[in-house]
Design a binder for this molecule. Structure first.
Ligand code: SF4
Length: 313
């Protein structure tokens, strides 16, 4: 019998070899998962069509590097033809290493464009000291990227938001905006001129962090503007991470729930005609179950017992 010896029984060289093989195996699995999930999101929402020119917005963070990387791989295998152009907006934040992205993009041989606009000075001039700068900064950035997309003839703008961003946004909108509103995988931009897509919509942030490390992307720190990440977003994100540790699968379920909305069981009168409904006498699959709890609140009652009670046996 060829039993594998325990790791501590291996020589240092053999142990290192075994660890390297395990790592490679994990990375192969991660690579397959990333490409499968991105391909699935693209197909589910018809994000990219034949002849599209996709402008991939690159910030220099782990998410946008991974997006570009995976999209380029999928481009090689896709049954349709589409172009990719990577775009970075250099906002002239102090200390921004403006050589990093051009060097990387040249090294991988992708079409790219660096747009230089000193929004940092504008924001500093207009926003009083101590106030948060993110809202004006991101509004300026959005406008510039929309214009660049038009100038480059891009038909889609791809952003690096992932599953955790989407769930966090849903909770933020509920907590602070009193709205059930997330972050869509695909939508027309607010100026009506562009189609924005989020091919990483199904991907976990932790997978992107691992991928970025594995691929050794030259990450640019994201705190150069001196502004702190939106405090509420950071709080909700930490809460979700904590939940996911204590109750694995909860964030996945919340994410899946965003695609399974039962409008008759919500309260939006614009989405369901509560005023005009009438009993027809025919059973309704999603009808009200009166005092019963939803099944996940406890042990579901066997249907035969329910029938007996209803029929008075
Ligand atoms: S964190 Fe800095 S760069 Fe990002 S939106 Fe806020 S001000 Fe702009």
């Amino acid at each position: 019998m060829n039993a594998t010896p325990p790791a501590d029984a291996l020589s240092p060289a053999a142990a290192a070899d075994a660890a390297e093989k395990k790592h490679q195996h994990e990375m192969n699995k991660l690579s397959k998962r990333l490409h499968r999930l991105v391909g699935q999101a693209i197909a589910d929402f018809n994000m990219i069509e034949d002849g599209d020119k996709v402008m991939v917005c690159l910030s220099g963070g782990k998410d946008s590097y991974s997006l570009l990387d995976v999209l380029r791989n999928l481009q090689q295998r896709a049954p349709i033809k589409f172009e990719i152009v990577a775009v970075n907006l250099d906002q002239k934040q102090p200390g921004f290493p403006d050589h990093v992205l051009p060097e990387y993009l040249k090294s991988i041989g992708v079409d790219f464009h660096i747009e230089t606009q000193d929004t940092y000075s504008i924001v500093k001039r207009l926003v009083p000291e101590g106030k948060t700068t993110c809202s004006l900064c991101s509004r300026l950035r959005r406008g510039i990227l929309y214009r660049v997309a038009k100038e480059l003839g891009a038909t889609k703008i791809a952003l690096g938001h992932h599953r955790d961003d989407i769930v966090t946004t849903l909770l933020l909108n509920m907590f602070f905006g009193s709205r059930m509103k997330g972050m869509p995988p695909k939508l027309v931009s607010d100026d009506g001129q562009n189609v924005v897509i989020r091919p990483l919509a199904y991907v976990r942030e932790s997978d992107l962090a691992q991928w970025a490390q594995h691929r050794e992307f030259p990450i640019i720190p994201c705190n150069l503007c001196g502004s702190q990440e939106n405090l509420q977003r950071a709080t909700v994100k930490a809460m979700l991470q904590d939940w996911d540790k204590k109750f694995p699968g909860r964030v996945d379920n919340m994410f899946t729930a965003m695609g399974n909305i039962v409008t008759s069981h919500m309260m939006d009168r614009k989405l369901f005609p509560f005023e005009t409904i009438r009993a027809t006498g025919a059973p309704v699959a999603d009808g009200d179950i009166a005092f019963d709890e939803e099944e996940h609140c406890g042990e579901p009652a066997p249907s035969s017992v329910i029938r007996m009670v209803r029929e008075g046996d």
